[in-house]
Design a protein around this ligand. Structure first.
Ligand code: UD1
Length: 400
């Protein structure tokens, strides 16, 4: 059976890595082909993840790069169609909610192979579509990711979910329950696998935050917080970005904030003239700093994990970081008005603070002053999600 995995943007790489590893355990039964759309292309946004996560070289690199939503999605579709026709995989696995996920789901749903795969016991003129991380909903259609999730889910044959609220969302939308499989969280498979390896990272030393003791463990000199910020609603609007940075500058007077800057956000900081607000120091670490928010280049997977593991608090508008901090037990203040991952609030360390200055500052001080919050690991976030996914696909497609 031929399985095609698709990656495109930074949060895809850690989701696909454990699936590929699991597929490789069945060399006589399964063949794996990796397609990289090239949605993210900077070394820090792509190559370093391939190195850290031991991902194989993609068989196909589509090189689409950046563009408007329509242009990017359309270019992926045109190029992916050629790849699908050439390889005719039995299954296409799509992860997450980025434009690459959406584009490839539409192509896979509408393609017609010249001949069905009757020899394999089922007659498919197109690949089966498996969506990993199905059913998450922010109920905010202003977010392009929400559109990507809804469309991909509606076209998928296997909907692999990370939490039971996602199953409920899908059932409410009329998805056949037989297609829905609660399997756990592949991003957490990767986190648990690399947690120990992260101790080898020198990021704490490089940033002057700590040093390695004689026993090999890292000792902190400073407590610090970590910030990630890249949602268009937060960074593309000058007033929103300014309000968030003002709030964090206030918090930063109590705890320094390390900010690996996403390229989208870096471009906006420059375009809005905020280098004056967060002074630019050098091209390296930190690139900009106003004395309390220290901007650095985007980090590799291992360096980012090590930075978060040792932090006191994380600020983010990313989905994946809300999940990772929940498993690591690090308080997370989410700089958004909604989340498609409510389980991280019900069970984990996530606090939905919104984007208003007072709310961000109040939530931060509540955490820094030791406010109580839940800290449970959601069900099936146990490092075995990829194993469940591959077993379900093998069972379904098994030729006896
Ligand atoms: C994309 C995903 C988002 C995900 C995020 C993770 C969509 C619609 N959005 O957002 O869900 O959370 O990735 O990072 O798919 N750029 C570079 N170098 C790169 C990639 C991007 O400089 O390697 C710059 C370009 O100016 C580009 C901008 O960042 O226009 C935005 O990139 P894009 O892939 O369109 O969206 P993200 O904001 O990265």
């Amino acid at each position: 059976m031929k399985i095609m995995n698709v990656v495109g943007a930074r949060p895809n790489f850690m989701k696909v890595a454990p699936i590929i590893e699991e597929i490789k355990k069945y060399p006589m039964e399964l063949t794996q082909i990796l397609v990289h759309t090239g949605q993210h292309y900077d070394r820090e946004m792509s190559d370093t993840f391939f190195e850290d996560l031991n991902l194989p070289e993609p068989e196909y690199y589509l090189g689409v790069g950046s563009g408007s939503h329509a242009k990017q999605t359309a270019q992926i579709m045109v190029k992916f169609e050629d790849v699908l026709m050439r390889e005719q995989p039995d299954v296409v696995i799509l992860v997450g909610d980025v434009n690459s996920t959406l584009a490839c789901s539409i192509v896979a749903a509408k393609i017609e192979y010249p001949n069905g795969n009757e020899t394999k016991g089922y007659n498919q003129r197109r690949p089966l579509i498996a969506h990993v991380e199905a059913g998450l909903r922010s109920f905010d259609r202003g977010m392009s990711e929400e559109i990507n999730r809804i469309v991909t889910d509606s076209l998928s044959d296997f909907l692999f979910t990370t939490s039971l609220d996602a199953n409920e969302n899908l059932i409410k939308e009329g998805v056949n329950p037989e297609k829905i499989f609660f399997v756990g969280n592949v991003m957490i498979d990767t986190l648990l696998k690399y947690r120990d390896k992260a101790k080898e990272s020198f990021i704490l030393g490089n940033l002057g935050l700590g040093a390695k003791g004689e026993d090999g463990s890292w000792k902190l000199w400073k407590t610090y917080a970590v910030l990630t910020l890249h949602r268009p609603s937060n960074v593309d609007c000058k007033a929103s970005l300014s309000e968030i940075l003002e709030a964090l500058t206030e918090v930063g007077k109590c705890i320094p904030i390390i900010f690996p800057v996403h390229p989208r956000t870096g471009k906006r900081i420059e375009a809005f003239g905020f280098e004056d607000y967060i002074k630019k120091i050098s091209k390296h670490n930190p690139i900009w700093s106003n004395g309390v928010i220290h901007c650095i280049d985007p980090l590799s997977y291992i360096d980012f994990l090590q930075l978060v593991v040792h932090s006191k608090l994380v600020f983010t508008d990313s989905g994946g970081v809300q999940e990772e901090t929940t498993v690591l037990g690090i308080p997370c203040i989410t700089l958004r008005e909604n989340t498609e991952r409510p389980v991280t609030i019900w069970e984990g360390t996530n606090i939905l603070a919104g984007t208003k200055k007072d709310n961000i500052v109040n939530a931060s001080f509540d955490v820094l002053l030791g406010g109580e919050r839940s800290n449970r690991i959601p069900k099936l976030w146990d490092g075995r999600a990829a194993q469940r996914i591959v077993n379900i696909l093998r069972d379904y497609l098994r030729i006896d």
